[in-house]
Design a protein around this ligand. Structure first.
Ligand SMILES: [Ca+2]
Length: 437
């Protein structure tokens, strides 16, 4: 039994001597840096195996379990003293070895804790970083969205303001142009009158003073032409005067009447009739001001000419119309006046008589509106709604400038409500003027 114990002791001694040589116990175990995520698995595993083996051997030695003897000579002639010394030395070494084993176990435990701690710290840091990145991305997205919304609002506001300013400027420019033209015409008229007044006593010696209309023999309207002997209806050029000054010639249709029925002399200012291709009456303020179309098709004489024609002398207006069944009716107004551009061609009408009914009276005192100018009394933009220029109220009872449509019941066509109150369209209509008798 003593021999077995000795043999085991020798085996452990030899084994642990090797362990001592290969373990890091003789040098300080590497400490893991706090954030060092690399894992030192190999040294720890090796140490673990070695420790396990050492513990088994120590346990077996302590419990007296039989261990395979190593080759120790049984007949070694060791005396009692020598054996005693050997045993003491082995005990001492054994104690030292146990201490080293314990130290190694502590080191191993510390390394394991370090590894686990490092791993936990790394995982925790990774989560924090991920969470931080996600938060920052979300915050950036939110800020981007807010900035985008703000920019969009500002752009829209700028566009609206630009449009408003543009409209205001356009109106102001138009008004200035109108006023300038009006003043210019008045100055020209005055200048001409002064010049003629100064020249007349010399040039017309013996005839007395003459009026300007006597000096300008060009026809101001169709009635002038009729008086000069032109009694056939047709296209003529007239020279309406503004403030005593004849403007440019205007080509118009003169209705010279039928013999012994109507004395004629009517200047047609609006002509609508069915054609293979109708004239487009969906036009802006400028077109309605200067006029458009042609006397051999359809036309609007122009609001500036209307003002000139109706401003110099009291004019009678006659409206002739025919429906698609061929029935003709008329309405006359004892007085017809159109104001100048500055006053937006405001309409004044006298008493109406006739068999078509007084639909036009609804438009008395109205300003002129076009698809690009809303001067009506409606919350709507009547001229834009009906694609025409007229003295819209809220909106109309007569619509002679609406599109010329085939026979049907629609508010979109040419209507005279007191003729066809069910909005049956008309096929032709003319507005014509001549000086009141
Ligand atoms: Ca309106």
């Amino acid at each position: 039994m003593a021999a077995c114990a000795r043999a085991a002791t020798v085996s452990i001694f030899l084994f642990l001597t090797k362990v001592t040589l290969v373990t890091p116990a003789t040098t300080p175990a590497p400490r893991l840096a706090e954030n060092d995520c690399s894992v030192h698995t190999l040294p720890i595993e090796v140490l673990q195996q070695l420790m396990n083996s050492a513990e088994v051997i120590l346990k077996n030695f302590g419990s007296g379990t039989a261990v395979q003897p190593v080759a120790v000579s049984s007949d070694a002639a060791l005396d009692g003293s020598a054996a005693h010394i050997l045993l003491r030395r082995m005990d001492s070494e054994l104690t030292e070895l146990r201490r080293k084993v314990l130290s190694l176990e502590a080191e191993l435990s510390r390394m394991k804790e370090g590894q686990e701690s490092s791993s936990t710290i790394c995982h925790h840091h990774q989560q924090e970083i991920n969470s931080s990145i996600v938060n920052q991305v979300q915050q950036l997205q939110e800020e981007t969205r807010q900035v985008k919304d703000q920019l969009s609002d500002q752009v829209q506001q700028l566009q609206e303001e630009t449009t408003q300013v543009k409209d205001q400027l356009s109106d102001q420019v138009q008004q200035l142009q109108d006023e300038t033209k009006e003043v210019k015409n008045q100055l020209l008229g005055l200048s001409q009158q002064v010049t003629q007044a100064l020249q007349v006593p010399v040039a017309t010696s013996g005839r007395g003073l003459e009026t300007q209309s006597d000096l300008d023999t060009r026809p101001q309207d169709c009635y002038d032409l009729l008086r000069s002997g032109r009694n056939e209806s047709g296209i003529y050029t007239i020279y309406p005067q503004t403030c005593g000054v004849a403007g440019e010639g205007v080509s118009v249709w003169c209705d010279m009447g039928e013999e012994e029925v109507d004395e004629g002399g009517w200047t047609v200012v609006l002509l609508r009739r069915p054609l293979s291709t109708q004239v487009n009456f969906s036009r802006g303020w400028s077109d309605y001001s200067i006029g458009f179309g042609s006397p051999d098709t359809e036309y609007w004489i122009g609001n500036d000419v209307l003002h000139a024609l109706t401003n110099e002398a009291t004019q009678v207006l006659r409206v002739d119309m025919t429906d698609w069944d061929g029935e003709s009716r008329y309405q006359e107004y004892s007085f017809f006046h159109v104001a100048n551009r500055v006053h937006k061609y405001s309409l004044r009408l006298g008493t109406g008589t006739g068999i078509a009914g007084d639909a036009f009276k609804y438009h008395d005192n109205m300003l002129f509106s076009t698809p690009d100018r809303d001067n009506d009394k409606s919350s709507l933009h009547c001229a834009a709604k009906y694609s025409s220029g007229f003295w819209f109220n809220d909106c109309y009872k007569a619509s002679p400038t609406n599109p010329l449509l085939s026979k049907q019941k629609t508010v979109k066509g040419i209507i005279w409500e007191t003729f066809h109150s069910d909005y049956t369209t008309l096929q032709s209509v003319t507005f014509k003027v001549k000086p009141a008798m």
